[in-house]
Design a protein. Structure first.
Length: 172
């Protein structure tokens, strides 16, 4: 069973419970991880509902289109599962599978300093949005915001250790 002292552990979010499914307490989960096999090997997670963290064991999982249907030991009825609607599925950061070269977890990118190829400050990466074709980075500098598509032509270099992203900014 998982440790119950999860308050101080560094966690990464890998999914979100959308709603209960069926009569056995399963829930439909939207995956936030594109790591191949990430959900196939899940055994324990932490369910976070507005800062209230519940460690639980994964007792069943199956792919259902773009989502997963998951059963947890924390609940066994649709009524109990409904209380976890909107909960985030999290795992300890040390359990994370390293991403393939050139890919990054959101937590590795959020907060990065973003600069141009000339070294000019663009701002900080504040949010990452998903679009049908690629991710989009929201860069904030003071009260200004800029969206930069996360495509190879524009993202020149990512230095996770130094927390710096170098981008090619299209001429305005």
């Amino acid at each position: 069973m998982m440790e119950t002292d999860v308050g101080s552990r560094e966690l990464i979010t890998i999914g979100k419970i959308l709603r209960p499914f069926g009569v056995r307490g399963e829930v439909r989960v939207y995956p936030l991880s594109d790591v191949p096999g990430r959900y196939d090997s899940l055994t324990e997670v932490i369910l976070d509902t507005d800062g209230h963290r519940v460690p639980t064991t994964v007792t069943g999982i199956r792919k259902a289109g773009e989502h997963y249907l998951v059963r947890f030991s924390a609940f066994s009825t649709p009524e109990e599962a409904a209380a976890f609607r909107g909960a985030w599925l999290q795992i300890p950061i040390e359990s994370a599978v390293p991403p393939p070269p050139g890919h990054y977890y959101h937590y590795q990118l959020i907060g990065m300093t973003v600069q141009t190829e000339r070294g000019d400050d663009v701002g900080q990466l504040a949010e990452i949005y998903e679009s049908p074709h690629h991710h989009v980075f929201l860069i904030r500098k003071g009260s200004e915001e800029r969206l930069i598509p996360a495509v190879r032509d524009l993202i020149i270099h990512v230095d996770v250790d130094r927390q710096i992203m170098t981008v090619r900014v299209p001429e305005e």
